[in-house]
Design a protein around this ligand. Sequence first.
Ligand SMILES: [Zn+2]
Ligand SMILES: [Zn+2]
Length: 182
Amino acid sequence: MTLRAKSEHPQVKGLRRDAGHSAMALLIYGKSVCALCGRVINQNELTCSFPPFVVNELDACFVFSDGAFHEACVRKHMHGIDALRRVDEWASRVGPGKRKCIVCEMEVADPDDYLLIDHLSDREEDPLREFNYTHLHRSYVQKWNSRSRFVDLAAAALASDSWKGPYLIRLIEEIGAKSLHQ
Ligand SMILES: [Zn+2]
Ligand SMILES: [Zn+2]
C-alpha cells in the first residue's frame, strides 16, 4: 500500500532537499506552526514540507500547498495521502528537464520564455484536466492549436463554483491576451 511504501522511503524528507525547481515552504523549528494540529513544529519531529503544488484554492489538497506540517498530521488528514501522491506527481512533471514545449517539443531553456500550465484538476470528468502540466515557450503561445479551447474552458471553470484564486485569471490573461495581437 502507498502509505507503507512512503514510510520506508525518505521521499518526504527528500522533498525538502529538492529545492532546485521551486521554493519549499519555509520551516523554522520551534516557531513554525503546523496548520493541521495548531502545534509548533520542533526539531525532533518528523515533518513534511510541500512546494506550492496546488493552484486552485477549492482543491481539497490546497491546505498542504506551500506549507510545512508534522508528518503524522499529514498522514492522519483525510486528504494527506492524496496530497503526498499529488506532490510526487507534481515533482515528476514540473522542473528542469521536464519543460518540453507542447508546440515545438523542445525543452524550454530560457526561464523568461517559459509558461507552465500547472496541475489544474484531478476530476476525471473535468475537461481542464488534459491541460495539467502543459509546458510552453511563451513566444509560441500563438502557435498552440489548443489555445482558444483552453482559454474558453479556463474561463468557464473560473465562472463556475469549482475554482477560486488568482492563478487561472493570470493564466487566461497571459494566454488569451496574445490573440488580440494576432
Ligand atoms: Zn501537526
Ligand atoms: Zn516551443
